[in-house]
Design a protein around this ligand. Sequence first.
Ligand code: ADQ
Length: 461
Amino acid sequence: MSRLIVVSNRVSMPSPDGAQGGLAVALQAALRESGGLWFGWSGREVEEFTGSVNFEESDGVRSAVVDLEAQDVEEYYNGFANRTLWPLFHYRVDIAKYNRSFGEGYERVNRRFAEPLHVMIEPDDVVWINDYHLIPMAMLLRDRGVRNRIGFFLHTPWPPTRLLVSLPYHERLVRSMFFYDVIGFQTEEWLESFRHYCEHELGGRSEGEYIHVGEKMVRAVVCPIGIDFKNFREASETREANAIAERMRTSLRQLTMIVGVDRLDYSKGIEERLNSFEHLLHTHEELHRSVVLIQVAPPSRGEVEQYQKVREKLNELAGRINGEFAEVDWTPIRYVNRGYARAELTALYRAARVGLVTPLRDGMNLVAKEYIAAQDPEDPGVLILSRFAGAASQMKEALLVNPYSPEEVAEALQQALKMPLSERKRRFESLLDGVRTEDVHWWREKFVAMITETKVPPGKG
Ligand code: ADQ
C-alpha cells in the first residue's frame, strides 16, 4: 500500500478528548493505515520565515508543519484565500478583493510549503492536496521534480466562468491545475463549471472524465464528502447527549424548536434565514409562543472585515426581531456565538423538530447530514435545505428551498412544523440511507482510489 501524504492549510491531529470533525477523523485513519504524513501550516506566526519543519506524532498519525510570518498570514490566508477566492468561489464577486499583494503572498506561501514538502515525498507516495488555499501546489511540486500521483480536492463550489474571469490572472491559476492527475469536486454542478471554463477560456476539450488543454490533461471527478456517521450516531446515543437533550427540553418546555448551526460566514445565509423566520412570525401569529429558533454561529475569520460586518449585522437583526416579537415569557430567537462539543451538538439536532440549513452557496454542507444522523428514528425531525448547498444534490427528500425567498422558506417551515409522522419517517429513512452509506470513510477511500488508479501520463513531472 502506498503512503498517503495529505496537504491542507491547517493540520488536525488526534485530540485526547476525541472532539474533532469528521474530515479530520477520516484523514487521520487513512494516514494511520498507510503510515503517511499530514503537512500544512502550524497556525503560528513567527518574526521571520525559516522554513524549518516541526514533526509530531500522535496516536499513530504523523504531521509536519511550518510556521509563517505575519505578512504571509495577512496576504495568503486573510488575503487571497479568504478575501479573494472564498467570496469568488461562493459567487460573491461583489465583495471579492483583488489586491496584487494577496496574489503574490499566495504564490509565495505555496512555494514556502512546496520547498520542504517536496523533499519529504518518496517515490511511491500518493499526494492529496486539499482546498482553495493550495491550488498551485502540484505545479510547484512538479517544478521540483515530484513525479508522484497528485490529487486535488476542492471543498468549496467552483464558480461559473462568467464570475471566475473577474479574477486577475484566472488563467494562470486554472492552468496550474493541469499538473494534478485528478481533481475532485463535491457535485456535478461545480465540475460542470470547471469544465465549461476549460473549454471556453482555455480552448480545452473533454473526453469522458478527462479534460485536455493543449498537451496537458487532467481527470475531473465528482466525489461528495460525507460525515463520520457511525461516530456521530454513537455520540447522539450517549448518556451525556441524552442528559443534555433532556435539559434542553425542560428549558424549552412546550416550544417547538427549529435549529440552525453554522460557522459565522456570509455564505451560510444566516441573515436571510432570520429574515425568513421573521416573515413566518409576521404571517403566522398562531406560532407566537409556540416556536423558537436556536441559531448557533461561532465566529470565524475574525480578521476579515466582511466577517466583522456580518457578525454585527446578525447581532442587530436577532435583537431587532426579538425586540419586535418577544413577550416576557417567550423569546423567538436564541442566538448563540460559540462552538459546542459533539454530544451537545447531537442533542441540539435531536431536540429540534426542524433543521434549517439555508446557505446561499455551499460546497457540500455537513450540518445537513449531521442533523439527519442525529434524529430519533421513531420521531424524526424535518430537514429544510437550501437548493444552493452541494448537499441538495444528494438529499432530495429534504424540503429544498430558495434561501433568498423569505416566503418560500417560511412556507417550508410551516410545512415542516405540520408534517405528519408518517411523512417525516419516510423522508428521514431515505435521507438516512444516503448519509449512512456515503459517509466520510467512503469518500476518502473513493478519492484516494481515484488518485491511485489514475495513470500518470508521461507529461506529468
Ligand atoms: P464549512 O464551511 O466549515 O466547510 P460545513 O460543511 O457545514 O461547513 O461544516 C461545518 C462543521 O463545523 C460541521 O461539522 C459542524 O458540526 C461544525 N460546526 C458548526 N458550528 C458548530 C458549533 N457551534 N459547534 C461545533 N461545531 C460546529 C467547508 C465547506 C463545506 C464542506 C466542508 C467539507 O464550506 O461546503 O461541506 O468544507 O468539505
